[in-house]
Design a binder for this molecule. Structure first.
Ligand SMILES: [Zn+2]
Length: 253
């Protein structure tokens, strides 16, 4: 599985895009930075997007991904998410106020956008990748995703504070190759992390004790203002297989 990091930050300053991973060129996992990172030629190839939750740093490039490619021959996009997230996108994003409702454009019969409701912990398949959404503990309804192909599996937690079910499911996955999880704030801002449903290096360390497999763990979601301190504190955990994701890099699992 080829995973290209389009953006991996919990905020946006030049050179730092928001959360979005591109799997095998055609499937995006979250959409904080798809149109910011991909050329038009590359954007047209994206046919499916998994959306973990409604927050803008995971969704804000969707309107432009669709708008940029609306008239491109054959372009269409499916967004897969749990019903709460789909409802939020219908009500607050593609609502004909914030942005056009592309689920009925250019017409109801052949819309350019399809919103597909998924059920937590039920496997569905996109481009030969088996996918399961697993609920995590954030301040809005949120799921992580387990992605599996014949070679192995990658688990993406999305935004979460301390959580349980995600790690139980991750521990049951055969051929787990990597976990991607978040660390948004430094330890000094633990209170803010707690009320906003995020991790610090301190709570990350406790979360990693729930992981049975000794696989590489990659971090995303750092708020750009706190990146330096988060890097230092993650380094101080002295975990050899713990790394911060690098924007623009392609990982193969
Ligand atoms: Zn969030």
């Amino acid at each position: 599985m080829k995973v290209r990091v389009l953006g991996c930050y919990g905020g946006n300053i030049p050179g730092h895009g928001m959360t979005s991973l591109l799997v095998n060129d055609a499937l995006a996992v979250d959409a904080g930075w798809v149109s910011g990172a991909l050329s038009l030629k590359e954007q047209v190839k994206v046919k499916d997007v998994l959306i973990s939750h409604s927050h803008l740093d995971h969704t804000c490039s969707l309107p432009f991904l669709i708008d940029n490619n609306f008239s491109a021959p054959g372009f269409s996009l499916r967004i897969h998410a749990i019903p709460e997230v789909i409802a939020s996108m219908k009500n607050h994003l593609f609502n004909n106020h914030t942005w056009p409702d592309f689920t009925c454009l250019p017409n109801d019969l052949t819309p350019v956008l399809k919103l597909v409701e998924i059920t937590p912990e039920h496997t569905f398949v996109v481009n030969d990748i088996r996918i399961r959404a697993v609920p995590v503990s954030h301040i809005v309804p949120t799921t992580g995703f387990i992605l599996e192909d014949a070679r192995g599996a990658v688990a993406f937690s999305s935004d979460t504070g301390p959580t349980e079910r995600f790690w139980e499911v991750v521990n049951s996955v055969k051929k787990l190759k990597a976990v991607i999880t978040e660390t948004s704030f430094p330890n000094e801002l633990q209170d803010l992390a707690n009320v906003s449903g995020h991790l610090t290096p301190a709570t990350l360390e406790r979360e990693l004790q729930k992981l049975d497999n000794d696989v590489p763990v990659y971090l995303y979601g750092a708020k750009p203002r706190h990146l330096g301190r988060i890097r230092k504190q993650v380094g101080a955990l002295k975990r050899k297989r713990l790394k911060i994701l690098s924007q623009g890099e392609t990982y193969r699992f």
